[in-house]
Design a binder for this molecule. Structure first.
Ligand code: AMP
Ligand code: TRP
Length: 334
């Protein structure tokens, strides 16, 4: 499909969550692949920025790719591939490191949080955790991307990718499209059900507040019914004062297509809100889980999709990355 280019990705650092789905993946399948030339990537190189187990990353990468297809991404319509299968990402990342400054990398909130976490666990902070946004910018810029559909937590990384594109173009001549982030209107930041002031993240140690896309229906119900709320009794949408209830309303609104403020008025108790939210999530995830089971039984098909996806991605990225190499003054190989 001609026109706009869309690019986005997901890291295989844990099992994918309801946050990933509502914040990003759902629209990739339902909207983005239908309206543009869309490219979706399992960003496995990014999973190596924190301590990792090689076998687990391999398993989670395959699972993430299978889940992308299970959500409805159609390989006839869009490109689905694994980052490490396409050398252009690492190749361009180096030029992004030569464009960015040390200070702007250190200002990244996710770097500060993750570096502090690694230190608290007595692990070293990998240098790649600091340079992560350079690789992410490369992912995006290599494809001439116009729009990047992501959750709200990625806004700062996207701003940096824009800055790098503008700076590179100014220094070396027009090479990159300057991309723009797009976020969902509801549930752009789904919070942990047990700790509604923190993002629902797939690599958290405590999983009681995290709904995983592959959780059984009964598990989903239990997690939602046990969501932390507050000592009030009436249902009011107030993200600052009542984050637990606001999160449930956001999730319910995202599942049912309603508006969280308006939905609040329809409920007289937390129990009823939780019950409806649990059922809405179960129904939303049911087809994804079913399709995942079918696809997981046919790994040959998933492999073939990823092989074709990587071939197309290489074709798309190569000319722009070559142009960037020439623009910065590297002697072309003849
Ligand atoms: P990640 O799991 O960090 O690779 O994120 C993949 C995509 O899901 C990104 O676009 C994130 O912004 C989005 N995402 C991750 N967690 C959440 C969350 N709790 N709420 C909304 N979006 C999220
Ligand atoms: N940093 C993103 C995240 O944690 C994942 C990612 C890497 C990404 N490269 C990307 C997202 C390029 C969009 C576009 O969610």
């Amino acid at each position: 499909m001609a026109g706009k280019r869309i690019f986005s990705g997901v890291k295989p650092t844990g099992h994918l969550t309801l946050g990933n789905y509502l914040g990003a993946m759902r629209r990739w399948a339902d909207e983005d692949q239908h309206r543009a030339d869309a490219v979706f990537c399992v960003v496995d190189l990014h999973a190596l920025t924190v301590e990792h187990d090689p076998a687990r990353v391999r398993r989670l990468s395959r699972q993430a790719a299978t889940l992308l297809l299970a959500t409805g991404l159609d390989p006839q319509r869009c490109t689905v591939f694994v980052q490490s299968h396409v050398d252009e990402h690492a190749r361009l990342s180096y030029l992004m490191e030569c464009t960015a400054s040390d200070g702007e990398m250190r200002r990244m909130i996710q770097y500060k949080e993750k570096a502090a976490g690694a230190q608290a666990r007595g692990e070293g902070v990998r240098l790649s955790l600091l340079t992560y946004p350079a690789l992410m910018a490369a992912d995006i810029l290599a494809y001439g991307t116009d729009e990047v559909p992501v959750g709200e937590d990625q806004a700062q990384h996207l701003e940096l990718a824009r800055d790098l594109a503008v700076r590179f173009n100014r220094r070396y001549g027009p090479t990159f499209v300057v991309p723009k982030a797009i976020h969902p209107t509801v549930a752009a930041r789904v919070m942990d059900l047990q700790e509604p002031v923190s993002k629902m993240g797939k690599s958290q140690a405590r999983t009681a507040g995290i709904v995983f896309l592959l959780d059984e229906a009964e598990t989903v119900r239990k997690k939602v019914m046990r969501a932390v709320t507050d000592a009030h009794a009436d249902v009011v949408y107030d993200r600052a004062e009542r984050p637990g209830v606001a999160n449930l309303l956001d999730v319910l609104a995202a599942c049912s297509g309603g508006d969280p403020q308006a939905l609040a008025g329809a409920y007289g108790s937390y129990g009823a809100l939780k019950k409806d939210t649990a059922e809405a999530v179960v129904e939303l995830l049911r087809p994804v889980r079913e399709r995942h089971a079918e696809l997981a039984a046919d790994p040959g098909y998933v492999d073939a999709v990823l092989r074709a996806g990587a071939a197309r991605a290489r074709e798309l990225a190569r000319p722009r990355v070559d142009a960037a190499y020439r623009a910065v003054g590297l002697l072309p190989a003849v």
